[in-house]
Design a protein around this ligand. Structure first.
Ligand code: IPM
Ligand code: MN
Length: 371
């Protein structure tokens, strides 16, 4: 199989985690006789520095001409601390979502028994947690009209949704629920917001097409609490853009580290795969960032290309590294492995030469032990 993959490294730790995923995709291609052609393009603060534009036209063209996009991270502190900045790295990602009509952002939340100790929740509450968030990604308050009055005293952000925008992401979420444990929870604020009442009405209508799926409705404030109190109850969560942004970061801590979670953004054009973590500038260039969120995003990319066995192998390799405590500093601050070493170990597993190397002093040597 020949596939074109656009690689958008972006900012901070984006380049270093993405390069692990690219190496892993190369190993998969070799193992299974595929040909992946990687094309690099600029985005975010990196693109602003080099071109003045967080989303150069060339980047959109490369993405549109690809079969999938592997995305790193976006954001830089120099913009975060300057609310007056007119050009911002995030505009690159938001613009790309809009240009590619990536209307559904899919964020699976899974846990690893060996990492339960890292979670702020009690072990008994996180065993068997396995849910997925379907977040609407190209509408709502993120993309509504924004105003700032001339005197700088009043600002507004409109939140608008159309029936079509709700329907298309809801359809995907219902289909996912059918393939899973057949439960869908719509998270909204229908006691206050008109847009939420429209979400509820449309989801109620669609639910009649999916009689095997049980639908529940939760207000977002309650949902935020339930995710901490009893995360096991969830299967598929469907929600609008802003609520999805907030609860997916919240849900990520259940796994123990934000660095572990992947995501897929899909729509009418090329799909995009990215870890849910941000650019983590403090760790950039230190070879300490957790590459697993990106590597699992690459697994979602393989699934999307219908390479199911390949995707499963990457996930097994990741589980093997975690179970053997080949983990980065965010997970084990004392006995940790470097970003590149974790990537290499995943490749070793894929190439099935881990058996020799696991006892190899090489691995020990590359472990960073702070005593
Ligand atoms: C995310 C990020 C983005 C968002 C930012 C970087 C614009 O937080 O992908 O969740 O808010 O959507
Ligand atoms: Mn976010």
């Amino acid at each position: 199989m020949i596939k074109k993959i656009a690689v958008l490294n972006g900012d901070g730790i984006g380049p270093e985690v993405t390069s692990q995923s690219v190496n892993i995709l190369k190993a998969i291609a070799e193992q299974y006789g595929h040909q992946f052609e990687f094309k690099y393009a600029l985005i975010g603060a990196d693109a602003i520095d080099k071109t003045g534009n967080p989303l150069p036209t060339e980047t959109i063209d490369i993405c549109l001409d690809s079969d999938a996009i592997l995305f790193g991270a976006i954001g830089h502190p120099k913009y975060d601390n300057d609310p007056t900045a007119k050009v911002r790295p995030e505009q690159g990602l938001l613009g790309l979502r809009k240009a590619l009509q990536l209307y559904a952002n899919i964020r699976p939340v899974t846990t690893y028994p060996t990492l339960h100790f890292l979670s702020p929740l009690k072990s008994k509450n996180i065993e068997e947690v396995d849910f997925v968030i379907y977040r609407e990604l190209t509408g709502g308050i993120y993309f509504g009209k924004k105003t700032l009055s001339d005197d700088g005293q009043t600002a507004s952000d409109d939140c608008a949704y159309t029936k079509t925008e709700i329907e298309r992401v809801a359809q995907l979420a219902f289909k996912a629920a059918q393939q899973r444990r057949k439960k869908l929870t719509l998270v909204d604020k229908a006691n206050v917001l008109e847009t939420s009442r429209l979400w509820r009405k449309i989801v109620q209508e669609i639910s009649s097409q999916y009689s095997d799926v049980t639908v529940e409705y939760l207000f977002v404030d309650n949902a935020a609490m339930q995710i901490i109190l009893n995360p096991k109850q969830f299967d598929v969560i469907l929600t609008e853009n802003m609520f999805g942004d907030i609860i997916s970061d919240e849900a990520s801590v259940i796994s123990g580290s934000l660095g572990l979670l992947p995501s897929a953004s899909v729509g009418n054009r090329t799909a995009l795969f990215e870890p849910i973590h941000g650019s983590y500038p403090q760790a950039a260039g230190k070879d300490i960032a957790n590459p697993i969120g990106s590597i699992l995003s690459a697994a979602m990319l393989l699934d999307h290309l219908d390479l199911k066995a390949e995707a499963a192998l990457v996930r097994n390799a990741v589980a093997w590294t975690i179970n053997n405590k080949f983990v980065t500093k965010d997970i084990d601050p004392i006995n940790f492995y470097f970003t590149t070493t974790v990537g290499e170990l995943v490749i070793d597993f894929i190439k099935k030469n881990f058996a020799e190397r696991i006892h190899d002093e090489n691995i020990e040597l590359r472990k960073s032990t702070i005593i």
